[in-house]
Design a protein around this ligand. Structure first.
Ligand code: ADP
Ligand code: ASP
Ligand code: MG
Length: 809
């Protein structure tokens, strides 16, 4: 004999209830089928009663909607007209009663607990009639006759002994498939309607299964079994094939609502296995919960959480050595029916923290203040301190006790994600480590822990791409093209969760459709840097990286806050790394302290591995002595293009048109861009330098940079003749112009130099860059890095490489 319980969603739609019929009718053994109310109906019954109690006429519409939903369901699923009309009559009678109750509540504006319990009972009463009619040869039983409760500490709790006896009597001569409404019960003394608490149908089924020594209890729901975490919060959660009773109990107690917590105990005592299965996918094996799981090596089986936690701290300087404080705390709370689900006491014994639910918090504080009134008055103890709005997370697994390092991994993972732990507890049984965090960190904590304990399968990086110009646009295309390949070969999912242009921003935790991001952006609300920053921090998403493909100062000013909130930063933007030295150091230190990355490889030489190389050299103990470099793709392009036929001003125009120069080419021509790059390299080489420290020998008079960009273009041709004159001399000497950046033991200089054909810079083609690094190890023959130093494609690729290095791949 088996007991099958079908939850709200399993009786909530035509598709699911027809699946239920098929599952039940194909079993071929004696069955008891316990059903919940139609999905969402219990909530509706409660909400409607509150409207009525407030005197809000809208309750009637809500009521009629429930009537219609049940009628529609019956009309669609019951073909036989006779059965249909007799069922409709029963349903209508029940609704008539309910209508009267609501009307009474509406008139009197009073909703006692008793009336509320009577109202919610209609959900299961209605659904059980429908299911009993739908299943061929089924008989409906009335659980109010045999599930009995008693009143204690203001709560209705199961009268186990009486219930077991009545269940045995009721089903002694059962021959047909029994259909039983879950959740509802009656008080053993008054006979009034009560219930087993929200989600209680699971418990009804378990009580019956245990009383009748069933072969199995099956919980049919809307997911493929008991999963590693709530799949609605962690999309990558997966089904756990087997769980022990202890593990299941721990996970349920901490919020895995797939099984109502009290459900486990009755069947555990009788060693009856529980199967959790999916009504929408009956072929899936689901989860088996039993006493012992064989060949189980996984230390952690699942993660669950509860919101609405309050932490009450009982503390006082003289608590140390006072005997019986804990006994008094727990007795006082228990006597008032307040349940404690977590306790944490440090060995100094001067404070004990207790986790209770928010709803019990005020009462718990009151009870404890009363209990310790004398000690509080004398100053031996402080009044109770309560912090609410917290969440408790538990990681659970019986094998934890055989595996060292779990707690280390847990807290390390949380720390790297910027999540601080407010309290924690681990019992000596070592099957559960629970800890309390602020609710705003809950989702992130669950995700990082799930990733770190279960998701060796895929690593996820969540990217915010800011700037969709040539570099940003190119990067998004590269991500799109590489996505499948990286998922397959590197097990890395690059999830773009935010994209911002200079005016708009879009966000999507599950990943933005990259085929469509431009349209989505165009249709989105206007944004600003401040809004963008708040949104990113507010999303509080794990493993996230902010990618700056702009040249904006305002955007660069966001880095500090982002790093502080554990968001890594990859910048193509040079402003932060070349700006004020102290701010640059602070950014680096913040990244280090927060366990995230601040990377800007493309600030110098686009995709060329220059900064990374300097870092590698220094990490291995080398010392950078000198740097000589051509770092401006634009200037190199200009000095390679200039000829008798192409005057200077024309080369500048071409550099802009071909996308080599900065959007405003004056930044290149003034040498500013090269100075910024030289400052960055010098700093990365380990020297302190500011832009103002760079000695500069420029080739365009200062006044050209003073007016507007338009004035600049207008005046530029006036320089052509002078350049041509010098160029002829250069040509005669067989030399070429190179705008060279130099660093010598921390001293920096930029200047236009004429190099002859023996110089390594002479042959530098097009817009290429070159860097010579003289170090202690590369002293006689400097290390040389050369290649494309500008261009959207190579720069985007360099940004991509930085992103990949954050993924540690
Ligand atoms: P029913 O109406 O069938 O009783 P519930 O809504 O009570 O269904 O429970 C099923 C839901 O429990 C799932 O849809 C899922 O969102 C949630 N849930 C929370 N934690 C887990 C978990 N660890 N495994 C599976 N489901 C979980
Ligand atoms: N219908 C009740 C509820 O929603 C009981 C249950 O579904 O288990 O809480
Ligand atoms: Mg449930």
């Amino acid at each position: 004999m088996k007991v099958l319980k079908f939850g709200g969603t399993s009786v909530g739609s035509v598709e699911s209830i027809m699946s239920l019929k098929k599952i039940v009718e194909s079993q071929g053994e004696q069955l008891i089928v316990v059903v919940s109310a139609l999905g969402g109906i219990t909530d509706k019954l409660i909400a409607t009663s509150r409207l009525a109690a407030r005197g809000d006429k809208a309750y009637r519409m809500e009521f009629e909607a429930m009537v219609k939903r049940h009628h529609d369901m019956i009309d669609t699923i019951i073909d036989d007209s006779e059965k249909r009309s007799s069922l409709t009559r029963v349903i209508d009678n029940l609704f008539e009663e309910l209508r009267s109750i609501y009307y009474g509540v509406y008139l009197i504006r009073d909703l006692s607990e008793k009336i509320q319990a009577a109202i919610v009972s209609y959900g299961e009463r209605l659904s059980s009639h429908i299911v009993a009619t739908l299943i061929d040869g089924a008989q409906r039983y009335n659980s109010r006759d045999f599930i009995k409760t008693l009143h204690k500490h203001g709560k209705n709790i199961l009268d186990s002994e009486l219930t077991v006896q009545l269940v045995k009597e009721t089903f002694r001569n059962q021959t047909k498939t029994a259909v039983v409404p879950g959740f509802i019960s009656t008080d053993r003394d008054s006979g009034e309607i009560t219930n087993l608490g929200r989600g209680g149908s699971d418990y009804t089924a378990s009580i019956i299964a245990a009383a009748l020594d069933a072969d199995a209890l099956e919980i049919w729901t809307d997911v493929d079994g008991f999963m590693t975490a709530d799949p609605k919060v962690i999309p990558s959660a997966y089904t756990i094939n087997e769980l022990s009773y202890v593990e299941a109990m721990e996970l349920c107690n901490f919020g895995a609502k797939v099984v109502y917590p009290p459900t486990i105990y009755p069947v555990c005592v009788k060693n009856i296995p529980i199967k959790v299965k999916n009504t929408f996918n009956p072929e899936n094996a689901g989860t088996t919960i039993k006493s012992h799981v064989e060949n189980d090596t996984k230390p952690i089986k699942g993660i669950s959480s509860i919101k609405g936690t309050t932490l009450i701290t009982v503390t006082g300087l003289s608590m140390v050595g006072v005997i019986g404080v804990n006994r008094r705390i727990f007795t006082a709370l228990a006597d008032n029916g307040i349940s404690v689900f977590m306790v944490s006491q440090a060995s100094s014994e001067n404070s004990t923290s207790i986790g209770v639910r928010d709803v019990d918090a005020d009462e718990a504080v009151e009870v404890l203040n009363r209990e310790f009134a004398k000690e509080i008055k004398t100053g031996a103890m402080f009044p109770m301190h309560a912090e609410s709005g917290l969440a408790t997370i538990a990681i659970v697994g019986e094998n934890m006790k055989h595996t060292p390092g779990i707690a280390g991994k847990l807290f390390g993972t949380l720390g790297r994600s910027g999540i601080s732990v407010i309290a924690c507890a681990q019992g000596a049984s070592e099957t559960n480590i629970s800890f309390v965090v602020h609710t705003k960190y809950l989702r992130k904590a669950l995700n990082v822990l799930h990733d770190s304990f279960f998701l060796s399968e895929y690593k996820v990086l969540n990217l915010f791409v800011c700037g969709i110009g040539t570099v940003g646009g190119n990067l998004i295309e590269q991500i799109k093209t590489q996505y499948d390949e990286l998922t397959k070969t590197q097990r890395l999912k690059l999830n773009v969760v935010g994209v911002a242009s200079s005016h708009n921003a879009i966000f999507n935790r599950d990943g933005i459709d990259l085929d469509n991001y431009k349209t989505l952006l165009a249709e989105s609300e206007p944004s600003s840097c401040e809004k963008l920053k708040q949104e990113i921090i507010g999303m509080n998403i794990f493993n996230s990286v902010f990618v700056d493909c702009t040249a904006s100062k305002e955007v660069a000013e966001m880095y500090q806050d982002l790093l502080e909130h554990n968001v890594s930063v990859v910048a193509a933007n040079k402003i932060a790394a070349s700006g004020d030295y102290d701010s640059y150091i602070k950014l680096k230190e913040t990244a280090l302290r927060r366990g995230v990355k601040f990377l800007f490889e493309t600030n110098v030489g686009a995709g060329l591995p220059i900064i990374g190389t300097i870092k590698d050299l220094r990490n291995s103990g080398d010392k950078i002595l000198k740097i000589e470099a051509v770092l401006s793709g634009t200037l190199n392009f200009i000095f390679n293009e200039i000829s008798a036929d192409v005057p200077f001003s024309e080369t500048v125009r071409r550099a802009k048109e071909q996308g080599y120069s900065e959007p405003d080419p004056r930044i290149d021509l003034s040498g500013k861009d090269v100075m910024r790059k030289l400052v960055i390299l010098t700093r990365e080489a380990g020297y302190k330098v500011e832009q103002a420290d760079v000695e500069k020998h420029l080739f365009i008079p200062n006044e050209f940079f003073e007016g507007t960009e338009e004035d600049f273009w207008k005046n530029l041709p006036s320089l052509d003749a002078g350049f041509e004159e010098k160029r002829k001399v250069l040509e005669a000497e067989n030399k070429r112009w190179r705008f060279v950046a130099k660093m010598d033991h921390g001293k920096t200089k930029v200047s236009l130099e004429a190099v002859d054909q023996h110089h390594p810079f002479y042959m530098l083609e097009g817009s290429n860059n070159i860097v010579l690094l003289t170090t202690e190890r590369y002293r006689e023959y400097p290390m040389l890095i050369q290649g494309y130093g500008a261009g959207a494609g190579v720069t985007a690729a360099g940004v991509f490489a930085n992103i990949m290095s954050i993924a540690n791949i």
